[in-house]
Write a protein that binds this ligand. Structure first.
Ligand code: NAD
Length: 253
């Protein structure tokens, strides 16, 4: 397969969570690969910054200021795309609380963004791809937390485990239409989500997470964006229902 399998010229991608971190890096990289990118997020200034970066490099970007927990907003934004080849459902939030202190509202909030937001994006994308006969690619964002668990990770981990189940289930259902569905499950990545807002705490956390990896470091958003590009492009044309783990080789239990 030629290296041009990564070329997305003429394709359209929709990226949720595109205002920051992994979502921004993915939107920028998909645009560099030639895709027209629809960037969606709650954070309007962050969205503007991502679109400015894409346009500054000669790419094409559209922005959608929306909340992924609102199905109707997502439906309208996806319908706005003339065609859709790639959905990257990346928007997510972190929440940490011990099981015994977890409140219903914590569960509902994290479930709403980290599972329902991904479900709605997948549903809207798959419906449009099927209607148009597009043999597209859907990429979801899980987490290494699914494999490792960890103190405080109940709400977050439950939602990410559900994303894995959604990914595998949807892959079996839309495969006959030529649509592929895969998840990325990153390890610890330096983004605003993992920012401890305190230099000493940041160094301690990063050193701890780095020691779990044989590479002895944490990851960067661009490294996850390359996993998204791989799954979004024809380079992964025979890959579906899979979980790609760019996690620096952290040993799984
Ligand atoms: P981030 O905080 O930098 O970016 C998350 C983005 O999602 C933000 O722009 C935020 O505004 C957006 N968002 C949050 N709620 C939203 C909503 N309701 N509607 C629309 N947009 C919303 O975080 P990140 O680290 O880039 O995380 C991106 C994804 O990767 C998340 O799903 C996260 O769980 C996952 N992930 C991150 C790491 C890590 O170490 N950073 C590891 C594994 C998985």
């Amino acid at each position: 397969m030629p290296v041009t399998a990564y070329d997305l010229t003429g394709r359209t991608a929709f990226v949720t969570g595109a205002a920051s971190g992994i979502g921004r890096a993915s939107a920028v990289l998909l645009a560099e690969a030639g895709a027209t990118v629809h960037c969606a997020d709650l954070d309007a200034p962050g969205l503007h910054e991502t679109a400015t970066r894409i346009k500054g490099s000669g790419g094409t970007a559209h922005t959608h200021h929306l909340d992924v927990t609102d199905r109707e907003q997502l439906r309208r934004a996806v319908a706005d795309c003339e065609r859709l080849d790639v959905m990257a459902a990346i928007a997510g939030i972190m929440h940490s609380s011990p099981v015994l202190e977890t409140r219903d509202e914590d569960l509902d909030r994290v479930w709403g963004v980290n599972f329902k937001g991904v479900l709605y994006a997948c549903q809207e994308a798959a419906r449009l791809m099927i209607a148009d006969g597009t043999r597209g690619s859907i990429v979801t964002m899980a987490s290494g937390a699914v494999d490792t668990g960890g103190p405080g990770l109940l709400c977050y981990g439950v939602a990410k485990a559900a994303v894995v189940q959604l990914t595998k289930t949807l892959a079996t259902e839309v495969g006959p239409h030529g649509i592929r569905v895969n998840a990325v499950a990153p390890g610890w990545i330096r983004t605003p989500m993992t920012d401890r807002h305190d230099d000493a705490a940041q160094s301690r956390t990063e050193a701890f997470m780095a020691r779990l990896s044989p590479l002895d470091r944490i990851g960067e958003p661009d490294e996850i964006a390359h996993a998204v590009l791989h799954l979004a492009s024809d380079a992964s044309s025979f890959t579906t229902g899979q979980i790609l783990r760019p996690n620096g080789g952290v040993a799984m239990p």
